[in-house]
Design a protein around this ligand. Sequence first.
Ligand code: GLA
Length: 695
Amino acid sequence: MPILSRENYWILETDHTAYALGVNARGLLVHAYWGARLPYAADYPTPPAADDYASFSGFGHLSPEEYPGYAGAKYTEPCLKTTFADGVRDAVLRFDGAEASAGANPALRIILRDVHYPLTIVLGYRVHERHDLIERWAEIRNDGDAPVMLERAWSALWHLPWGGQYRLTHLFGRWMEEWQIRRELLQPGVKVKESRRLTTSHNANPWFALDRGGADETQGEVWFGVLAWSGNWKLAAEVTDYGATRVGIGVNDWDFAWRLNAGETFTTPASVAGYTIGGFGAASRTLHDFARDRLPHGKTLHPVLYNSWEAVFFDVNEAAQMAVAERAAQMGVELFVMDDGWFHGRTIDNAGLGDWWPDEQKFPNGLTPLIERVNALGMDFGLWIEPEMVNPDSDLYRTHPDWVIHFPTRARTEMRNQLILNLGRTDVQDYLIARLDKLLAEHNIKFIKWDMNRNVSEPGWPDAPGDARELWVRYVQGVYRVWSTLAQRHPQVLWQSCSGGGGRVDYGMLQMVDQFWVSDNTEATARLGIQEGFSQLMPAITMESQVTHMGRPLMSLPFRFHVSMMGVLGISDDLRKWSEADLVTGAELIALYKEIRPIVQLGNQYRLLPAQGQGFTAVQYVSKDKAAGVLFVFRVHIPEPARLPPIYLQGLEPEARYAIDGFDAVRSGAAWMHLGLRFDLGNGESTVRRIRRVA
Ligand code: GLA
C-alpha cells in the first residue's frame, strides 16, 4: 500500500523510502518522517507537537509544519505569505480534511483552511513508488469575494531528519561555465540559491542534494530534489535556531506578487524529492529514470545530429548547407539541423528575430528544396528558432513595439541587440502559436532547437490584467502554453531547450522537451566537468553534446568524439574542411556510438572518477539488464610520471562473467568491480571500452 492512513496521519511509501506526516495535538499539519522505508506501519513516529518555548519561540516556530503560512510567532521561512483585502497580512492555516486516490501514481490531497478567511490550500502529494520519489505541490484557492495578494507561494518545505550537520551540494556557474558542483556544510541561518533572470539560469539550478557529510558517489544517505519550474525560483536551505534543517523551494518571492481574485486558484509548480542510501550516484540515477519516463520521446533512441552553428554561424545558405549535408550523411549522421541565420533579414545578430519565415535572399525558393535534399540523403531535418525574442530591426517589432517586456519611462536595455516578448500576454502567445504552427505544418521538420539568448531587464508590463509582478509567473506559463500546444500539434518533432547553452534546464521543461543544449562551451576538457554537473540531475539521453573545434590546444578528434559520445552525439564543424582521414575516423566513431547508444541513452550512469578539477576521469554506463556496458576514460593532464589510479567499475552483476575490450581475461562482475582497471594513457588521450556479459 503506497499510502497508509490512520486518523489524520499518512505514510507515503515508495519501494525503498517513506515519508510520513500528520496532524499534531495543536491541529497543525506537521512532518513526521523522511527516509528509509520501515518494516511496519507502527514503526513510523507520530506527528511531533511543540510547545511554546520561553517567550521568544512560539509553537508555530518550533513545529515542523508541512506548509507553514506566515502567521503567529514564527520566524523561520514560511511557504505562504498573504495579504487579505482588509490589510491583514498573515495566513493561519489549520487542517480541514484529506482524500487519497489510488492509480498508477497514488496521490494524497490534504486540505488546509485559514481559520478566518475563505482561503483554501490543497497540498498535493504524489507517490512515485518505483522511482522512489515523492512529488509535492500546492493549490491556493480564494473562496471569498475579495482578492487576496500572494507574496510567496512555494511548492514545498522538505524537512530533513533532525540531528547532525548537513552538507548541501548545489550547482553554480555562468554562461560558458555552467554546472559547477559545490558542497558546503550548512550553518545556522539560511543559504539561498535562486534565479531572478526570468529563466532557470546558467548560474544556479533548482536541484539540491543533502547529506550529513558521509556520502560519496557510491554510498551514504542523500536527500535530494528538484523544482519543476522554468522561471524565477528560490531554494532556501535553513538551519533553525533549534537545529532543524529544512529546504523550502518554489517560485521566487523576489519581486513576486499574485492577485488571487475571487474563485481563482494559484497552482504552484511541483517539487520532486527522494532519499537514497546509495550516495550521489544513486540519487542521480533515481532522477535519470524518472526524467526518462517523463520525456515525450524517452523510450526511443535519439539521433546523431549535425548542427550548422559552430561551422558557419549566421552564414547559412542552400549550397553551403548541402555541401556539408553530403559529408554528414556519408559519416552516418541521422539528423541535419540548420541553426541561426535562416529567417527573414537575419545576416547577423542585430536583425530578424520575430520574423519566422525563410530569408528571401538566402532561400529564394524557401526551405523545402533544402529539406528535400537532406531527406534524400537519408537524414531528417531540424531547425533553430528563438521565439521569445525580437530584434528592434524586425517587422514584428515595427508592428508591435508594445509587445516587449518594458517599463514605459525606461530605456529598453538590449542584450545581443534583442528584447524579450512578453509571453504573459495571450495575444503574443497566440501570434507565436500561429506563426510557428505554420512553419511546422508547411515543412518536414523533425527537430526544433528552441533558444532563449538573454536575461530580463526592466521587467515591466504596462496594462497588465493583474499585478504587473505576475509577469514572472505568467511569462513562464505562456512559454509552456505556446510550446506544449505546438508539441501536441506536431508530435513528430523532437524539441531541444537551449538558452545560450544551459540557461533553461529543469524538470518543468520535460513536459515538452527531450533534450537540452547543456552549454555553449564545447571545448572537450571543459565539457567533461560541465557534463558531470549536468548529470547530477539529468540523464544522458537529454544531453546533446557536439564535436566542434572550440578550444586551444584542440584535443584530438577521437578525444572530442569520446566526450560527446557520453550523451546524444552531435557534430558542429565545417565538414568541408575535414580531411579524408578525419571523415573516416568520424564515421568509425559514429558507428561505434550507434552500437553503444542504447546503453548510454537508456542505461544506468556511473561517475567512476570525478571530472571537475581533476586531470583524469572515467564514466561508465550499464544497460538496465546488466548484459552490456561501456566505459569512457579520459586523461586530460596529470604531470608525468604519475601512474594513473585504478578504475573500479560499478553496476555489474557480481556473479556474471564479463569481457572488456582490450583485456584478455574474462572475469566476474565482482572481480572487475573490486580489482580495478589500469590504463596506460598519455596526457590528452582517451579510450572507450565495451563491456559484455559472456555467461
Ligand atoms: C545560442 C546557442 C548556440 C547557437 C546560437 C545562435 O548562443 O546556445 O548554440 O544556437 O545561440 O545564435
